[in-house]
Design a protein around this ligand. Sequence first.
Ligand code: SF4
Length: 394
Amino acid sequence: MRIALVDASPLKSITLYPLPLLKLGAWRKSLGDECVIFSGKLPTLGAFDEIWLTTRFTYDIPFAVGMAKAARERAGRVWVGGISATLLPEYFEREGLEVHRGLLPDAEKFSPDYSLLSERPAYSISHTSRGCIRKCGFCMVSKLEPTFKNRDGWENDLHPSTHKVLFYDNNWLAKELEDFRADVDKLRGLVADGRITKIDFNQGLDARLVTDEIANLLQGLPIKPVRFAFDGMHEDGHYQRAVEMMAARGFREFMTYVLYNFKDTPKDFYYRLRESVRLTQELPVNYVGSFPMRYQPILEADRGRSFVGKHWTTTAKKGFMNILQIQSLSGQVTCAGGHFDSKLQEFEYWFGKTADEFDRLLSYPHIRDLMKRKKGALRMRRARGFGITPTRLG
Ligand code: SF4
């Protein structure tokens, strides 16, 4: 049988290899099927017997539904699965589409078949565990992978020619210590053999679970960057302590997911962003960057992403996006401090000297113009080689 495996997301949403399709392909090829992956597009009419689609973000459901309906015209059977189809199957089923919910145990047993990619892989992808021990209100992992379990044999997922590995574990540190030690031993062996030179726990490590024992075990592993989350004030203290413990063991690059527009206030969001800059300034690290993540209700197909958190306003959300877009090309907050007296001074130049000032900035009607003027002033100062005197609002 010929099966088209389709990543049913707009191309701009597809930034990493489609792990579910690589595993599905491995499974079906083992049964003698012919499989081809398509990203963000469908195969031509009649080229395949079946089309299987995987879905990602719920705000892309209208796109995925449209694609699945169009697929029906092109193959005998269309099957939809993946994250958004599992969370909101009714959007697909009311169009008469066949939906699979959750993981497919048969495919889960297989390692990804990287030969299905159109190019040689630049990195490998694996999970050493599934699920999570927590049920954070903004996260769907407990619905998608309800049971936290260890996964043996993950080293078979590594492609022999890649030296970078992305782990998609939701909460690696939540494992039994014995299982965690076994993973670390395996990683050390792979690093010693030259198989791995860079490790990225892409979904972040749980700062609340970092202890001296855990940090000692991790010491020396090429985890770059170390990713944590500082999603709310419930992690205050835990987060900073985890970064300090890891920095004390020689880790130098950190990237932190920072949730906003959920139950937080703009003022505590300011504090959470500023803490990472403070740590960058005070610790022997290259950077502790922040990756702001705007909360969006997941169990709604809100294509406009218009949700406004209890303590936020539409104006404040847009105000923050304006600051972020102008101060950073990457959507991250990473203050290197160049041409400023300090890294904190750079942060305050863009985001305000205090949480109150940040709060006012977010509602300032000419925020975009103000940020452009600041950027222009910074450029001029840089050209002249001067330091910066932060300007007041307006
Ligand atoms: S710890 Fe992370 S993965 Fe686990 S429920 Fe919370 S946000 Fe989700």
